[in-house]
Design a binder for this molecule. Sequence first.
Ligand SMILES: [Zn+2]
Length: 491
Amino acid sequence: MPAAAVAPDVLAKYEPVIGLEVHVQLLTATKIFCGCANRFGSDPNTNICPVCLGLPGALPVLNAKAVEFATLASLALNCQVRERSIFARKNYFYPDLPKGYQISQFDKPLAEHGWIGIPTADGATKKIGITRLHMEEDAGKSLHQGFADSATRTYLDLNRCGTPLIEIVSEPDIRTPDEAFEYLTRLKEILLYTGVSDCNMEEGSLRCDANVSVRPRGQGKFGTKAEVKNVNSFRFIREALAYEIERQIEVIESGAHVVQETRLYNSDEGRTYSMRSKEQAHDYRYFPEPDLPPLIVSPQLLFETRKRLPELPEARRKRMIGEYELTEKDAHTITASRVFADRFEAAAKTARNPRRVANVLLNEVVGRLKALGIEIEQSPVTMAGIVLAADLLDEGTISSKQLKQLFDVCFEKGEDFEAVYERERPRQITDSAAIEKMIDEVIAANPRQVEQYRAGKKTVAGFFVGQVMRASKGQANPALLNELVVKKLEG
Ligand SMILES: [Zn+2]
């Protein structure tokens, strides 16, 4: 059970301080220091060799693609890339680390001094600092479950040994669990846009540890922090932090001291548990890796990498809000993945009116997908179908009411728009005499609105268009109808 809620006035006396450490696996074909396949889901212990097993005499060779990806990520996160960085041995013993050390970077990491902008409640942007981004290798995996003798034995799968990682360490700039959630969401989005990782949390390609402490508001010195490890979704991290903040405040309010330790989050119970005390800090005995030369990222390589930086999510949203007249929320929907945003923009370019494509997508497709609980990739209506619908609407061949009816059919029958349109071809009244007759009737029935129009309130024309469209059961040609309504009212 979660801790008893701390009273709001007590909560308000304290300020949480949160820093995040995120490990991200890079999507290279091979591992960071050997030619073994970097692949998730292979049979255990099949993608291994003397180098990643750490057998005596085996020597690491740095994967250039991993450097390229790490550099690309550094630039996307506004970091300064060091021209000369140093790999270091981080010594510790663990069964899934056969070498007895991890090759990482220590005092000279690849990149430093970056930031990510997150939105604040009042619509401004808060910069969360990134202390460093360094390269390292992943360890293997201990399997504690799933075997007949799991109660007494642990199995090891060393396929993950040597998977290239970047570790991204934030400054302690985060003040609330919501800010932590935003930071992680933005970070993941940026990395996905750069294509350096699939950021799949279920498969462990993005992992997050959080450092959290509280201090009385106004106090400069940080409180004692706890580290929350192994949380496997951003939502759970937000929950774990909220729990941990209240727990620490309760400890302090009771007159005791927060202990520096590592804690695990149990999402079923919504609380954290002490895993191990960190009072004796680890001594990793870092020293420069003697088997690897310094990593040099030349100005030329940096220049080349910068050219490959895609338009990043925040910039893209800003541009698209202007270009397609989108709301902030709609821009988020369309840019949620780079692949989708690319597909949308490629399609919109071919349409008569790109803004109309955005409208149809957001008004007719997104809501229906949500109602069905499916992703855009599974939509029966393709982007080409959306463009066709937008064009038909734009040229006045179908009314928006007919469009809605056609989309209803598409989603009911799981068919693309073109097929449904060709079959149903909604009847259109394009006979101006017939439309004029309907307009006359509506005008005769609404003298007050006619007066308003003639007194200068031109927007009332929309009222008449709507009335006639309804009378025609949505079949009046919209362009013709608009034109004739104005003609009649002016006449
Ligand atoms: Zn290997």
